[in-house]
Design a protein around this ligand. Sequence first.
Ligand code: NAD
Length: 479
Amino acid sequence: MTVLRKNLIDGEWLGEAGSRNINPSNTDDVVGEYASAGPEEAKQAIAAAKAAFPAWSRSGPLARHAVLKKTSDEIMARKDEIGRSLAREEGKTLAEGVGETIRAAQIFDFFAGETLRLTGELVPSVRPGVGVEMTRDGVGIVGIITPWNFPIAIPAWKIAPALAYGNTIVFKPAELVPESAWTIVDILHRAGLPKGVLNLVMGKGSVVGQAMLDSPDVNAISFTGSVGTGKRVAEASVEHMRKFQLEMGGKNPLVVLDDADLAVAVDCTVNGAYFSTGQRCTASSRLIVTEGIHDRFVEAVKERLDKLVIGDALDAKTQIGPVVDQTQLKQDEDYIAIGRQEGAELAFGGERLERETPGFYLRPALFTGATNAMRISREEIFGPVANVIRVKDYDEALTVANDTPFGLTSGICTTSLKHATHFKRNSEAGMVMVNLPTAGVDFHVPFGGRKGSSYGPREQGRYAMEFYTTVKTAYTFAG
Ligand code: NAD
């Protein structure tokens, strides 16, 4: 028996059954039934957020702290149950699902603290007797549009700062993961948010997301997803002169130099390229390897891939879960075919796997002999597929690493302080890792990229304030 999850509009749970989602590890398992909002519901949600903004924006730090702290505490207390539900819905492993849930709790806790730390500045004016104050206000009604691959952490890292800084929200999660979105909204609602402050509109991006983009009443949009949708968000936002922030794709390089510790390089590769089934914007999909270590590295990675347990996300022994759905599986397989046509050698995996239950299982794929000009090196695949690009030396590795339209993360495995330091300074990515996987970041520091990966201020940590607030400069003449 599945329970119908409804949309939250102006403090009321509303809507009829409109969609179902299935477990990618077992397509016979229906996870739940969900209301599907249309343009009318989007309008109502925006109107509710608009009506709630004046009171919430003046509510003060204590009210906001209470809701965010209570939310963090409940998520943490229910981490195993929520993590399991996330794994069932999205296909990441139990450990990854629970880890992501803990991270969401930490984010709410961090921003609960931030409500009490908001400060302004007071400076003397250049005019005698005049004081100047700089303060920060919420930006207003924020539209939050999220992807499927981090169904609880990404909503958390947008919703928590939006609320902490006094904004009201219309939240549209990805179609594939409504259960995680509903759960987080339910917890926030019960934690005591006034009606209209947070509205949930589950439904199609082209319908309910588009209605948010087209509304002149949405003052800011925080979007994470594909480049194509990001461009639509940008165009519509410019049209309405609204603030917007985009986090999009990646084609992240991991450089492995001759002097690398081989075990570290293999760990970084297997984690960065294949964990979460490679479905991370921070995944290392280009492995740029110098000649002296190339063959040993490829053999060692293949050996590790061969030992990985690929299977049902809900089985505690599983290390790599299924691909999220049929469409993504087809995209992965299409790119594997493209790589072969382009002349890269499929050195490992890439084939579908049968398991006890019907699911979207794919063996992690490793290409060798790839060049940086191939489509598999330039376009985001978003699956468990990585390619090795052989280079002569560090200088060539850096050039190849930076030769991409994206710039989210990058990594280098080396024991040379000189090369590590040079790479940190010269890599054209928003986040750089030395002897660490390109995926996996802290929750209290800025997250974001350069070039085609990101647009607008950074997310997370104190830097999130830049997007979710607007500065006011006030002058007072006291006589
Ligand atoms: P997507 O662009 O298909 O969808 C993202 C969201 O946009 C969904 O909620 C979708 O319903 C909505 N949407 C679709 N059409 C819309 C429209 N016309 N108007 C408004 N909203 C619309 O992306 P996805 O497939 O869910 O996610 C995968 C992508 O997300 C990958 O490219 C990945 O790299 C990226 N991603 C980036 C980051 C990052 O921080 N850089 C993090 C995670 C995922």
